[in-house]
Ligand binder design. Structure first.
Ligand SMILES: [Zn+2]
Length: 88
């Protein structure tokens, strides 16, 4: 009885892990918020200022999903360097 519930818990954890891994792989290929950006330096699409990948998040969305605000022109971009509209 205990063994069966342990197996169910492990299976659930494995399912969560597999779904997360699939989301990250898919997101990295198709550039969704789940993806990981391996590019080490980033260039602002507005003013073409090149910045390092390390930066402080300015808000909760940047903390959770990546992205940054350009210190030069103030353009906010996601982790794929796509501009984010301010009203979202
Ligand atoms: Zn900029």
């Amino acid at each position: 009885m205990l063994d069966r519930s342990l197996i169910i818990i492990l299976a659930a954890l494995a399912a969560v892990f597999l779904v997360s891994a699939a989301l990250i792989v898919h997101g990295t290929i198709y550039k969704t918020r789940w993806g990981i950006n391996f590019i080490s330096s980033i260039e602002c699409p507005g003013c073409h200022l090149v910045r390092g990948i390390f930066r402080m998040p300015r808000n909760l969305r940047q903390f959770l999903w990546g992205g940054s605000t350009c210190p030069h022109c103030g353009l906010e971009v996601d982790k794929w360097q796509r501009p984010i509209s301010q009203d979202r």
